[in-house]
Design a protein around this ligand. Structure first.
Ligand code: NAD
Length: 458
């Protein structure tokens, strides 16, 4: 087996630093979060430039990534209560006793990120890792090289490597890191690579959080405000040119309103991006030619209702809506992860639910309907990482909601207190005292059997 001395040295140094106990001090964690916030604010122009270089991301959309600043504020505002041991009740037979759950940091954690939100998806988990008192190694995506470099520059200038370090590089770098033992691996990326990560982690019995993707369906019932529904769907689908893990992947539309909805959708795309979205400053590009080729292969020859224009040199794919899509069409097989929106119609809700339930569990599920019974029925009949009713994407911004997948869309969750919990071990502590003893459990058992029977079986 190969050995990778530089990586191992780095992790050894982090282990030594963790063992010094400094990261366990809550004030230390607060100071580091403050430092991170200051560094992000100071480097905002460089972050914006990098996101623009990698994805042609409109400045407005870059600020979604900079909302990690709010996540830091949220952690700073709540850390004191998060770290507090939580008292829990004990049974009467334990009298006298006290029981507590004490969160403690895991140690040295590895965070591997994707290219689509290459800044925030590195920093957001890092906030949880710092808040919980860990050391961390970050591996940004090599596919977004400008942002990878900015993340590396910011972290290197802000923290000592024995506390937080960035290791830049591609698949080999990731593999090299995965050879090492970490105390937790937090991975954001595709399902295929997620399997590789989990396999590598299993060798060291390292717990994982896998933030993966999938085909997130969007059901549009007949009882909706069509204009508002169209605007919210189109925004969620085409921000970052569709390269969003929780973008609505495909529409399942009640046949009764399909043609009216499509009229609204067409109008909405023109309103948002103009007659030629290639000229819009508000529309991102595809990350690279590999992804461009993968996406354009999904475009059919017919039934393109809007868009379909492409330019490989510019990595441009117009916001595209495909009508009358069959379930066995190429675009319905894998997560699209680009600006292509297939529209599938349904006659009754059961058939729409059957389509969803015949596929792997998605990261997000969207329901557009005013009808509360329908909302409830869909939530009960399906399983997904999260649900958003009458909007798209916005669920990700509620810090109080854990964000993560289920089944093929991921394992574990984060955001807000969930980030803190993900990077903590919840240690159970039971404390007894010497001043009283009930004696019910000690031998000889003679005369105590009836009592124990009553206690156990009621
Ligand atoms: P990816 O899985 O290709 O890569 C992610 C990371 O894994 C990169 O840092 C890469 O270097 C590393 N990697 C790639 N191949 C590897 C291998 N064989 N061994 C070890 N490491 C390897 O993902 P991506 O293309 O960057 O991102 C797109 C995917 O991420 C989509 O499926 C999307 O839905 C998902 N995603 C999920 C979330 C979420 O929060 N759940 C957010 C963003 C993206």
């Amino acid at each position: 087996m190969l050995t990778f001395a530089p990586t191992r040295d780095l992790i050894d140094r982090q282990r030594q630093f963790f063992a010094s106990g400094q990261t366990k001090d809550v004030n230390f964690r607060r100071q580091q979060l403050q430092k991170l916030k200051t560094a992000i604010k100071q480097n905002t122009p460089a972050i914006l430039a990098a996101l623009n270089a990698d994805l042609h991301k409109p400045e407005f959309e870059c600020y979604f990534e900079l909302s990690v600043i709010q996540d830091i504020d949220h952690a700073l505002g709540n850390l004191k209560s998060w770290v507090k041991p939580k008292k829990v009740k004990t049974p009467l037979t334990y009298f006298p006793s006290v029981a507590k759950i004490i969160p403690e940091p895991l140690g040295v954690v590895l965070i591997i990120g994707p290219w689509n939100y290459p800044f925030s998806l590195m920093i957001s988990p890092l906030i949880g890792a710092i808040a919980a008192g860990n050391c961390a190694v970050l591996k940004p995506s090599e596919i977004a090289p400008a942002t990878s470099k900015v993340v590396s520059d910011i972290i290197t200038a802000t923290f000592e490597p024995e506390y937080i370090a960035v290791v830049e590089g591609g698949v080999e770098t990731s593999q090299e890191l995965l050879e090492q033992k970490f105390d937790h691996i937090f991975f954001t990326g595709g399902t295929r690579v997620g399997r590789i990560i989990m396999e590598a982690a299993a060798k060291h019995l390292t717990p994982v959080t896998l933030e993966l993707g999938g085909k997130s369906p969007c059901i549009v019932d007949r009882d909706v405000n069509l204009t508002t529904a169209a605007r919210r769907i189109i925004w969620g689908k085409f921000i970052n040119a569709g390269q969003t893990c929780i973008a609505p992947d495909y529409l399942l539309v009640d046949r009764a309103i399909k043609s009216d909805l499509l009229v609204e959708i067409k109008q909405c795309i023109a309103d948002f991006y103009g007659d030629n979205p290639a000229l819009s400053p508000d529309y991102a590009r595809i990350i690279n030619q590999n992804q461009f080729d993968r996406l354009t292969a999904l475009l059919p020859d017919e039934d393109i209702l809007v868009g379909g224009q492409i330019n490989r040199d510019e990595l441009y794919i117009a916001p595209t809506v495909i009508n009358n899509v069959a379930l066995d069409a190429p675009v319905m097989q894998e997560e699209i992860f680009g600006p292509i929106l297939p529209v599938v119609e349904y006659d009754d809700l059961d058939s729409a639910l059957a389509i969803i339930n015949s596929r792997p569990k998605p990261l997000a599920l969207y329901i557009f309907s005013r009808n509360k019974d329908i909302q409830k029925r869909i939530i009960q009949a399906t399983s997904s990482g999260g649900v958003c009713i009458n909007d798209t994407i916005m669920q990700v911004g509620v810090n109080e909601l854990p964000f993560g997948g289920v089944g093929d869309s991921g394992i574990g969750s984060y955001h807000g207190v969930s980030s803190f919990e993900t990077f903590s071990h919840h240690k159970s502590v039971l404390k007894r005292f010497f001043f009283w003893e009930l004696n019910w459990r000690f031998a000889p058992y003679k005369g105590k059997l009836e009592q124990v029977k009553k206690m156990v079986t009621g």
